[in-house]
Write a protein that binds this ligand. Structure first.
Ligand code: UDX
Ligand code: ADP
Length: 459
């Protein structure tokens, strides 16, 4: 089996960058990315590359190289499926907001719709690749839908979980630690191995059975999130004992058995994967009656929720136990730097807690739109959209955000925040000028010298 045409369903944070890099590295393969969201496809096709719907360093260059050559973006889902020999499913799989497993299990309705659409549109045999983050055994469900169409078309199902991290997606795709492919049909697995082998050294392409591949994805994210929650738990202890969490992280990270990555204490992890994947793990463990396993992993999320609340509580307590009517400026809204993605961002929950204390909030983020900030707050449902717009404003200039602010809270670790004229910022603020650094980004000694009241996590 030699793949000549790839279709990817879903032009989001995973599908967009991943398929762009496959097209860049495999000029002989035609890659068509389809989505039902017309606005999103139009943005991917925009001649102005700053309008791409996903902000990711290096992505615009890759799209510029391949788009129109062998990379296409379209809303014609059926035609792209019918033409392809390999179909990637890269649609969103949010946590269920209704019914059984509400708040825990993955909502697979988009996946099922995709499977039914693939079944209906296919006239020739195809390899189906699950790329979305899915709970274990989703491949089974896909198989069942696809194999019961009665159309006589054969489908081989592969699991190829995504390990790219947003903000470094292009780097991660160009030079991955490993590519993981799970599947039962050796020829189908080989066909996908051959695609990646165009640029990834063969020894870094791992093949496993379907379930190991699916479970590995959840496990990798659970381990990473656990490291963040572990160091965040220690950060609270540091604040009480006089230890410094950065010093502790350095001291333990130099132990080669522990390693130095993912030990940065923060206001809490966010992103579309960590919480969702752990919830999937917890749900599946519970569904097999493994209560201790479920409880063990659930604590990672409990700790993360605690860290976000603790950050908001500390702001209120430090500001004389009231933020009512005070203006608090948020630097950053994205869940991490170098992305415009805000899913599960700690900023949303910190804002919600402060708004409940009647603070007014001004947000500045280099890449997140006002529309997105309001959509995130509206989605919580704590307040009406009108109230959110009255209490929260979004500005395009960080110095405007600081104007008459009682406090600044750093929620995302954008590099540009370090380069600001902090002297000028202080002049514009109410006094005492508080800074709450949820990312340990700024120089505490410099801000102290300038006369700020500076508080950082874990110090
Ligand atoms: C993650 C996985 O890293 C990736 O392999 C998987 O494919 C998808 O999920 P992503 O969510 O894009 O990627 O970002 P990641 O870099 O893992 O960060 C997740 C969250 O943890 C962010 O909010 C980040 O700020 C936070 N974090 C990370 C910390 O607070 N401290 C750290 O030391 C590392
Ligand atoms: P991820 O981070 O997993 O890439 P996103 O939400 O960024 O998630 O992207 C998923 C995309 O999948 C969205 O743009 C959504 O419109 C698209 N999508 C969902 N269901 C379908 C479907 N049945 N057909 C085509 N596109 C779909």
């Amino acid at each position: 089996m030699k793949v000549k045409k790839i279709c990817c369903i879903g032009a989001g944070y995973v599908g967009g960058p991943t398929m762009s890099v496959i097209a860049q590295k495999c000029p002989d393969i035609t890659v068509t990315i389809v989505d039902i969201n017309e606005q999103r496809i139009a943005a991917w096709n925009d001649s102005d590359l700053s309008k791409l719907p996903v902000y990711e360093p290096g992505l615009a260059g890759v799209v510029a190289e391949a788009r129109g050559r062998n990379l296409f973006f379209s809303t014609d889902v059926d035609t792209a499926i019918a033409d392809a020999d390999m179909v990637f499913i890269s649609v969103n799989t949010p946590t269920k907001t209704y019914g059984k497993g509400k708040g825990m299990a993955a909502d697979l309705k988009f996946i099922e719709l995709c499977a039914r659409q693939i079944a209906a549109a296919s006239k020739s045999d195809k390899i189906i690749v699950e790329k979305s983050t899915l709970p274990v055994r989703t491949a089974e469900a896909l198989k069942s839908i696809l194999h019961n169409t009665g159309s006589g078309v054969n489908f081989h199902i592969l699991s190829n979980p995504e390990f790219l991290a947003e903000g470094t997606a292009i780097e991660d795709l160009h030079d991955p630690d490993r590519v993981l492919i799970g599947g039962e049909n050796a020829e189908a697995v080989q066909a996908l191995v051959d695609v990646y082998a165009s640029w990834v050294p063969r020894e870094r392409i791992l093949t496993t059975n379907l379930w190991s591949s699916e479970l590995s994805k959840l496990t990798a994210n659970a381990f990473l999130a656990q490291r963040v929650s572990s160091i965040n738990a220690i950060s609270e202890l540091c604040e009480r004992t006089g230890a410094n969490v950065d010093e502790v992280a350095r001291a333990i990270g130099t132990d080669s058995r522990i390693g130095s990555k993912f030990l940065k204490a923060s206001v809490g992890f966010g992103g579309s994967c960590f919480q969702k994947d752990i919830l999937n793990l917890v749900y599946i463990a519970r569904s097999y009656g493994l209560q201790e396993v479920a409880h063990y992993w659930e604590q990672v999320i409990t700790m993360n929720d605690h860290q976000k609340h603790r950050f908001a509580d500390n702001i209120v307590q430090t500001m004389y136990n009231t933020v009512s009517g005070k203006k608090i400026s948020f630097l950053g809204w994205a869940f991490k730097k170098d992305t415009n993605d805000t899913r599960e961002s700690a900023a949303i929950y910190v804002a919600d807690a402060l708004l409940s204390e009647e603070a007014s909030i001004v947000v500045y983020d280099p890449k997140v739109t006002a529309e997105q900030v309001y959509a995130d707050l509206d989605y919580l449902g704590t307040r009406t959209p009108a109230e959110n717009r009255r209490l929260v404003s979004v500005v395009g200039d960080p110095y405007d955000a600081a104007e008459r602010a009682h406090a600044i809270a750093v929620l995302t670790e954008w590099d540009e925040f370090k380069t600001y004229d902090w002297h000028r910022i202080k002049d514009h603020m109410m006094k005492p000028a508080f800074v709450f650094d949820g990312r340990k980004l700024l120089s505490g000694s410099k801000l102290d010298e300038l006369g700020f009241q500076y508080y950082a996590i874990g110090e």
